[in-house]
Design a protein around this ligand. Sequence first.
Ligand code: FES
Ligand code: FES
Length: 150
Amino acid sequence: MVDVTINGQARKFDGDPSMPLLWFIRDELGLTGTKFGCGIAACGACTVHVNGEAVRSCGIVMSDIAGKQVTTIEGLDAKGEHPVQVAWRQLGVPQCGYCQAGQIMQAAAFLKTNKSPNDEQIVEAMSGNLCRCGCYQRIQAAVRAAAKGA
Ligand code: FES
Ligand code: FES
């Protein structure tokens, strides 16, 4: 049995402990904001927070998250008003939107560790999150804006 907290709610999982966290989030809890992109921890679409750090939920299994706090895009802010979300809206970042939850979760975790990053640090921090629509310039601009309080 794996006990875990997801978006502030205690959850139990008694299935295969080697199942990726992404399947628990999407298929068992129905939190479909977190996306499946590659399944091999290479694209960032499935990024969530585990104890506040950005983690690829396709690359971590249920037994790894026992006793931990997981936050998905649905739990980042009750009203969708996290500074990163506000900046994302103001700058109209998404194109198709598929990668965006992962981008936002990555950016939110990064800005917790670096509240006034320079451009190089932003590019570096976001470089592992792929966007097939090529929204990189708007993503970087939105991270910059969010760092200033959006
Ligand atoms: S789906 Fe997890 S990193 Fe691509
Ligand atoms: S907005 Fe389409 S993949 Fe990033």
